[in-house]
Design a protein around this ligand. Structure first.
Ligand SMILES: *Cc1c(COP(=O)(O)O)cnc(C)c1O
Length: 376
């Protein structure tokens, strides 16, 4: 039988013709017409002050870390259950990640544990919206305001999810998006920095353009451009932006399809949750259908289920090794709370195949294979 992969990159609309058009326009480096179209789309749709495409979410997080103006030894509060880039971006600035445990229901940072982890060195909080499900942003923004901290949302998985009607990534001081091929809306590698506080916009543009004021030069605001700050090359080329714009044009269809796949999984696996065999994720109409995971009763069951599904040509995958237990996490970071939920849930979580071109028959095959495993 045809294998069902975990993820499958896809072309949904005008990707190839827009790439051809970008070539015909004769501008292949960054910040051409397609990059500007993507910026405007993101600003209109998400309501952020300024959107800047980057070559990856990793690059956007690095830019945000520079903009936070950290001194060596400053501390940044974040979950341990996240991708390495969340922490690396700040470690590159000499800061110390302080890992806080996650909530048992959403697997997002437990907002009730944040204040106890704050010290005089704390400068930033980084909520990660796992699976596109929102963190408790009202509470996190209130804690940040009370202690004078910046908030960088790692919204890599959260494009077009909302929290109280606001787009994720547009609530903190900065938001970071990913268009990696494993995310909902893709350009191979790709990302964006959302700047939500106008005071940071000019410096963000400079950091993204190798520390030069080239963006101001192209707008005619200065008569020559020069090196004015630290920075690097964070912008994507136009071929990537053209591909991305074609996906953004169809964003609503992509999100609707992914949500419908999540709903189908939830319906077809509900009896296994009732029977106590597994736990299904809590997701609601506000999230973007980024991921569908199941929580098994143990690491051993997860291993056996993976083997069972692989034998049937289905490729589920587990997720993060918690950063606090990784070699670099131990070297560069520390824990700011007990890690009970992180240690427990990370061992039991399994992500099911989910991609735009997945058919109803594919979903049914995955679900019946899981039923088969539990003898149903
Ligand atoms: C995917 C992801 C990233 C990194 O995104 P890239 O675009 O691959 O750099 C960062 N954080 C989280 C939570 C992610 O899921």
């Amino acid at each position: 039988m045809k294998p069902i992969p975990f993820n499958k990159p896809f072309i949904i609309g005008r990707e190839l013709s827009l790439i051809a058009d970008a070539v015909a326009q004769g501008h292949l480096s960054g910040d051409g017409a397609y990059t500007r179209l993507c910026h405007r789309w993101l600003e209109d749709k998400l309501g952020c002050h300024k959107a800047l495409l980057t070559h990856s979410c990793t690059g956007a997080l690095e830019m945000a870390a520079i903009l936070c103006d950290l001194q060596p030894g400053d501390e940044v509060i974040m979950p341990s259950y996240t991708f390495v880039s969340t922490a690396n971006a700040f470690v590159l600035r000499g800061a110390v990640p302080v890992f806080v445990d996650i909530r048992q229901d959403t697997l997002n940072i437990d907002e009730n544990l944040i204040e106890a982890a704050i010290t005089p060195r704390t400068k930033v909080i980084v909520p990660v919206h796992y699976a596109g499900v929102p963190c408790e942003m009202d509470r996190i923004m209130a804690i940040a305001a009370k202690h004078g901290l910046l908030v960088v949302e790692d919204a890599a998985q959260a494009l077009l999810s909302t929290y109280n009607g606001k787009a994720l990534g547009s609530i903190g001081h900065f938001g970071c998006l990913s268009f990696h091929e494993t995310k909902n809306i893709i350009s191979g590698e790709g990302g964006a920095l959302l700047v939500n506080d106008a005071r940071h916009t000019r410096r963000a543009e400079i950091i993204r353009e190798k520390g030069t004021n080239r963006s101001q030069f192209f707008r005619g605001e200065v008569d020559k451009y020069t090196w004015v700050d630290i920075g690097s090359s964070y912008l994507p080329g136009e071929l990537v932006s053209a591909f991305l714009y074609a996906q953004l044009e169809r964003a609503d269809d992509i999100i609707a399809k992914r949500r419908s796949i999540c709903t189908a999984y939830a319906v077809q696996l509900a009896d296994l949750q009732h029977g106590g065999h597994l736990r299904l994720p809590t997701f609601d109409g506000d999230s973007n259908g980024h991921m569908f995971y199941i929580l098994l009763d143990s690491l051993a069951t997860r291993g056996k289920l993976i083997a069972h599904l692989k034998a049937l040509g289905i490729l589920p995958v587990f997720h993060y090794v918690p950063l606090h237990s990784s070699p670099a996490g131990k070297k560069y970071g520390r824990t700011g709370s007990a890690m009970r939920q992180t240690d427990d849930l990370s061992e039991r979580l399994l992500r099911l195949p989910l991609y735009y071109e997945m058919s109803e028959a594919d979903i049914a095959r995955v679900c019946s294979a899981i039923h088969g495993f539990f003898g149903k």
